[in-house]
Design a protein around this ligand. Structure first.
Ligand code: UDP
Ligand code: MG
Length: 317
């Protein structure tokens, strides 16, 4: 049985690239159908994320003229991550797997073939991972690399050089729909789903036209969401700093006492400084402790699934 694959493409003010992208994606789907890798029911679904230009008009027109295109419109701009999730959840019951990619086609569409082949071979999630960043601007490269490193240091583990170009099977999407959180960092959440995961490598291209919709502030806000929704490490860091500062205070107090015993002259305010370190440290440690409880409350209210069942075998005879 050939599988039905939907491409899900979030679009925000993409009128400059949309028609070209639609053409390229249609050709790609056509060739996959010809090679019998995907079913004729497969589609390309554009998600308009509350664009202010003619993006929706173009998408609607495409969907009206050609059955290969589908269109979803969000009521207003909700940002890339929400638009992508909205698209995936809308199509998940109509397809066997969905592939998410950006409207500017910076992600190599030829990598889709390999994703589909890996899916047909049994993978549930296939990550597109770029193997170099030579085509990105220096600024983009530096911020992106820094972003991944910092995220991993902060405990939000993601796949290096993977953004949101990936294939997810229907059952992975079903499992994913159990994640009810509102602050989205999809690339981090998807790794938690489990099942069979695989990777394809590709070279990322320059944007065909238009401008990047991810300015520095959107990027920082994504990084912040990633860290704060995945990790209590910042809270633990506060606690550790507190303990360290308090320990410095104790050591200073001990050296003060020691100096007193052996009549070694120290700064007149030595014991005062010791007290300041100690009290400051205890304050931070107390905040870190409260933070630890807040972290627990946070993970409770996110109500993530505690487990996802992959198989259930129950032979009655
Ligand atoms: N996008 C979106 N909503 C937004 C911002 C961006 O749906 O609020 C889409 C955008 O149309 C594109 C994708 O998200 O398809 C990635 O954006 P962009 O190419 O500007 O980011 P970059 O590649 O520069 O990181
Ligand atoms: Mg882009």
């Amino acid at each position: 049985m050939k599988k039905t694959i939907y491409l899900v493409v979030p679009c925000y003010n993409e009128q400059e690239v949309l028609r070209d992208s639609a053409d390229i994606l249609k050709k790609k789907m056509g060739s996959l159908m010809e090679r019998e890798l995907i079913s004729e029911k497969s589609k390309i679904c554009f998600v308009d994320d509350g664009s202010k230009d003619s993006t929706w008009g173009i998408i609607e027109g495409l969907a009206a003229d050609d059955r290969i295109f589908a269109a979803v419109k969000l009521s207003r701009n909700r940002g890339h991550q929400n638009a992508l999730l909205g698209g995936l959840m809308t199509v998940k019951d109509d397809c066997d797997a969905a592939i998410s990619l950006d409207a500017d086609l910076q992600d190599d569409v030829d990598a889709i073939d390999e994703m589909v082949i890996k899916f047909n071979d049994g993978a549930d999630i296939v990550y597109g991972v770029r193997n170099d960043r030579t085509k990105d601007s220096f600024m983009k490269k530096a911020t992106a690399q820094g972003f991944y490193r910092f995220m991993n240091f902060m405990g939000a583990s993601t796949i290096y050089n993977h953004a949101d170009f990936r294939l997810m099977s229907k059952r992975a999407l079903d499992a994913f729909s159990e994640f009810k959180e509102v602050n989205l960092f999809l690339r981090g959440m998807v790794t938690m789903v489990g099942f069979n995961q695989d990777v394809v490598y590709y070279e990322r291209q320059k944007r065909m036209a238009g401008e990047s919709k991810y300015n520095l502030s959107k990027m920082l806000s994504l990084a912040f969401d990633g860290i704060t929704s995945f990790s209590v490490k910042p809270l633990r860091l506060i606690f550790s700093c507190g303990i360290l500062f308090a320990a410095i205070g104790v050591i200073m107090a001990l050296t003060g006492l020691f100096a007193g015993l052996f009549s070694i002259a120290l700064s007149a305010n030595h014991m005062l400084y010791a007290l300041i370190w100690f009290m400051g440290g205890m304050n931070l440690a107390a905040m870190g402790t409260v933070g630890e409880y807040i972290g627990k409350i946070y993970s409770e209210v996110k109500a993530r699934p505690r487990y996802i069942i992959e198989k259930y075998v129950d032979n009655k005879d």
